[in-house]
Write a protein that binds this ligand. Sequence first.
Ligand SMILES: [Zn+2]
Length: 206
Amino acid sequence: MPFLCSGIRYPERLGMGRGDKMAISSKLRFEIFKRDGFKCQYCGRKTPDVILELDHIIPKTKKGKDDVQNLITSCFECNRGKAGTPLEQVFVRKDLKEDLCLLAEKELQLKEYNKLLARKRKREKRDINKVNIKVQELSNGTKVLGDPGIRSIRFFLSIFPVEKILEAFELAYNRLSDKSDHPDIGNVFKYTCGILHNWRRRQNAQ
Ligand SMILES: [Zn+2]
């Protein structure tokens, strides 16, 4: 934690206040934030709109543990609401130091969130590249994905791993090859999207 926060009476559920100093490690906190998609599980608001905290499903006072099963991401407000403390009371004690502490916390969360996004973008870029190699291969090096194609692939990557998408390309190519020796890559692409949409529907129906 930033040094600004040392010695501050921080809300207990952040896991570092009131005799409960650093009971929950930063690593565990961010693991849970990531699991919950950096989103308050009560109201659905996300970083950076709100400050996120951890909430114990079974309260600590009732012997709830500091573990993955018993912790959930909550925003500051929902957490206070659940604790039965009116919001105004929480802010009565708020001084400049605490303000800075919350700001630091928010920045830290934003940094973690951006790191996660960057990793996701990097993975997506790598996956799109794999699809592009497949397109080149199937078109004898004459075609690559254009912007609309990339948009479609990006959409499917949000649903399927890249291996599934490459598998759909193979399937589409093989089916169209039955009809002509050198299937048009544009048709292969359309057929691939059709297959992926079918898989998506089937997955949703389950
Ligand atoms: Zn909330």
